[in-house]
Design a protein around this ligand. Sequence first.
Ligand SMILES: Nc1ncnc2c1ncn2[C@@H]1O[C@H](COP(=O)(O)OP(=O)(O)OP(=O)(O)O)[C@@H](O)[C@H]1O
Ligand SMILES: [Mg+2]
Length: 310
Amino acid sequence: MEAAAQLGSADTAPIDAIDLRREFEDVEIAPVLAQLDRELVGLAPVKTRIREIASLLLVERIRQKMGLATTFPTLHMSFTGNPGTGKTTVALRMAGILHRLGFVRRGHVISVTRDDLVGQYIGHTAPKTKEVLKKAMGGVLFIDEAYYLYRPENERDYGQEAIEILLQIMEQQREDLVVILAGYGDRMEKFFQSNPGFRSRIGHHIDFPDYSSGELLTIAELMLEEQNYRFTPEARAAFERYIAVRRMQPLFSNARSIRNALDRIRLRQANRLVSRLDRVLTAAEVTSIEAADVLASRVFTRPEAVEMQP
Ligand SMILES: Nc1ncnc2c1ncn2[C@@H]1O[C@H](COP(=O)(O)OP(=O)(O)OP(=O)(O)O)[C@@H](O)[C@H]1O
Ligand SMILES: [Mg+2]
């Protein structure tokens, strides 16, 4: 396989010592890990696991150069956690890391759900699944809510066909494709129980915890900063209250709910500014989110109502 060839081949002279630092610097993995730390709030256990995997793969790479490795490491993963906890975001980063370390040729991510793999009619599933796999080769195939592939209540469900193809490719093309199965913890657990073939092909299970209120506030401030906005101190306090109320409501989706809330807050800010046309606007005003922009949320006025978007 090409990925294996990149890692050193048997016909080069045996090497018995390698400068670890140089090897580490050569793959330029440190900046990627630092960026991950900087740009993703919280997720300490996830970041630790990613560092561990990166170390393992670096050592594996060195072992291969020394001609010591016998089997290609199992890189398929499962990401479990509630909505909006960063699974998709981390999958993208993971692909970059795998690519730098030479474990995937291209480092791209193809993100799919059941409907992208399973057809509606007999004979449609295998070509559909194979097409997706073809696109994903050399990179990462991210299957979101993977448990929807398995519908035991439907006796002749086409999902089963997709499962069988996936299992086969996960085994045979391990050196050219990394599959990440993602979904909510309890459902994934049931899925693995019913499909032990998947569990045995997964090398790394990573659990994504919910964010604390403090982390959600930091995420909000980071998102605002990226878009050149900031809370006034009063708005910040109001948003702290917003988080406390919102996280108790239905359909709360961690960082995703924060992103959606900020979109609506920006809308209200714009409305507030435009409601008084006859004046000169300063940059400070345009960048500033005020308490009123936050407090007009339906989360406060109708706490029982679910906002339009989770
Ligand atoms: N730790 C974090 N720091 C900063 N932003 C984050 C963090 N986690 C998630 N986000 C942001 O929150 C949004 C949702 O994250 P993401 O899509 O990765 O979550 P998910 O776990 O895949 O959710 P779902 O289960 O709903 O697909 C994205 O816009 C992402 O940039
Ligand atoms: Mg996602």
